[in-house]
Design a binder for this molecule. Structure first.
Ligand code: SAM
Ligand code: SF4
Length: 475
């Protein structure tokens, strides 16, 4: 599959802003599309092409219930046909909540004097990672406030510390980052520590609205943030994660912004984003704005389905901000990664409940407080295959979501077997007997589904080697 960057009213240039609100509203204000047009657009996506801004607007403007249902079904089909039943698991690890910015929606904002500020020291960081490894985690995203203490060297040092922690069979094999935008040379320093994805969310793509929510600090500079992942790409980080915080402005505009951002990367770097995140605003200490743009559950499902169809080759992340029922529902429409066993209070993976009481160290409230074990059990019940795979990144196969999508047989050759191998490790090292039973059944069923895959015996052989005690086998 080739990229065909669409013509934009602002020409795409590296490290130059690319959002034109009039262009986006122009598309959104088009007349309601006909049924035929909506079906044509869904069919285009199902034939594995990403959608243009105009086509994305067609899906957004299709608000009659019958067409919404067809969009949801389209997204579900795309997910089932292209990606199958794997769900990758990870956990966020908050490293420090000092922050010099003043984002109206965030409990870490500098004006929140009630927040207890904390940065994990090295021993605390190690203790957190050990606790996460004890639960079976293999993939983390490290999260930082924006503060001069958390510079590139500091981020790189914490990444190296995390990779160095090995407890029992536990180890962290992929560390992603969600931190402040950096300069190119600083992104290079972070890249050298061996990170996976670097995430920066634009929060809202609307430049004027953005000003209202970002009252101080460097984050108040819309354009610096908008171009941050261009700088990451210039520094050689080609796995970048974009996102919008839904609830700040009209969800339809933000979906268009995410698609426009994707097109910009394609035009400038010939690679789309590695992942798209779509957090919905949650209650936080000192949250101080109205609910005009709060996204209902119904619209949330709809926007996830539209994103799936609009950018069919990108990983989609759904976090524990959402409750378990919403997560279960939304997952059907194209989500590829979720977090499990999430705790947002700094230090809370290793501290006991007593030590944590009322410390006010969390950024916002989460709604899915279940342990990783509970989440894996539910995924298995629902027929998903939980995966901790990190193979592509470690073998230098960056852009794996794109390969999964576009290279025939890639999932059967790599993703499914690797999901099984990592699930087998989890079962051997961390699962209860009941979960283990369900896990082996799911593995067996999925091996059967590999049918024509030539190396099926090798998959069985490696699973047996894991049963005998070997670890970290992958294709
Ligand atoms: N400080 C860095 C930044 O702002 O990009 C990185 C960490 S910030 C803690 C990570 C993300 O959390 C933000 O980009 C924002 O989208 C999200 N967030 C902040 N406040 C939130 C809230 N009240 N509810 C849900 N998500 C929130
Ligand atoms: Fe700081 Fe990030 Fe929270 Fe803004 S969202 S106040 S930058 S931690």
């Amino acid at each position: 599959m080739k990229f065909y960057p669409e013509k934009c009213s602002i020409k795409d240039q590296r490290m130059k802003p690319f959002i034109d609100p009039d262009e986006i509203w122009g598309h959104l204000n088009e007349e309601k599309p006909s049924k035929e047009r909506v079906r044509e657009v869904i069919a285009k996506s199902l034939s594995k092409e990403r959608l243009t801004l105009a086509e994305t607007a067609v899906l957004i403007n299709a608000d009659d219930p019958e067409l919404i249902e067809e969009i949801l079904q389209g997204a579900r089909m795309l997910k089932d046909k292209v990606y199958g039943n794997r769900i990758v698991l990870f956990a966020p690890l908050y490293v420090g909540n000092k922050c010099s910015n003043n984002c109206k929606y965030c409990g870490f904002r500098s004006s929140n004097k009630d927040a207890v500020r904390k940065t994990l020291d090295k021993q605390e960081l190690i203790a957190e990672v050990e606790a996460l490894e004890d639960n079976g985690q293999k993939r983390l995203i490290l999260v930082y406030g924006e503060h001069r203490e958390y510079d590139a060297q500091y981020i790189a040092d914490t990444v190296r510390t995390v990779y160095s922690v090995k407890k029992g069979n536990g180890e962290i094999r992929r560390v992603n980052i969600n931190a402040a935008p950096l300069e190119i040379e600083d992104f290079r320093i972070v890249k050298d520590s061996g990170i996976g994805t670097y995430q920066v969310f634009q929060e809202t793509y609307h430049p004027e609205v953005y000003k209202d929510y970002h009252l101080g600090g460097k984050k108040a500079d819309y354009e610096y943030r908008l171009t941050s992942l261009d700088r990451a790409q210039e520094a050689g980080i080609d796995d970048v994660g974009i996102g919008a915080l839904f609830g700040l402005y009209d969800w339809r505009f933000e979906v268009m912004g995410l698609v426009r951002h994707t097109n910009h990367f394609e035009a400038c770097y010939n690679v789309g984003p590695h992942t798209i995140s779509f957090p919905r605003i949650q209650d936080a200490s000192m949250l101080s704005f109205g609910d005009k743009y709060i996204v209902s559950d119904k619209d949330f499902v709809r926007l996830v389905a539209i994103l799936r169809l609009a950018v069919p080759y990108t990983g989609m992340i759904l976090t524990a901000r959402e409750n378990q029922y919403v997560r279960r529902e939304v997952m059907k429409f194209g989500v590829s990664q979720i977090d499990g066993g999430t705790k947002l209070e700094l230090g809370s993976y290793h501290e006991s409940q007593n030590e944590q009481q009322n410390l006010n160290r969390e950024q916002f409230m989460i709604n899915d407080n279940r342990s990783l074990a509970e989440i894996i059990d539910e995924l298995l019940e629902d027929g998903y295959m939980p995966s901790f795979c990190t193979a592509c990144y470690r073998l230098g196969r960056t852009g794996e979501h794109f390969m999964e999508f576009s290279v025939p047989g890639f999932i059967k050759r790599y993703c499914s077997p690797n999901a099984m191998l990592t699930l087998a490790e989890y079962i051997m090292d961390y699962a209860t007997p009941e979960t283990a039973k369900k896990g082996w059944e799911v593995i067996e069923k999925n091996i059967q589904d590999l049918k024509e895959f030539k190396r099926i015996d090798e998959v069985r052989n490696r699973i047996e080697r894991i049963r005998q005690g070997e670890r970290d086998l992958y294709f």
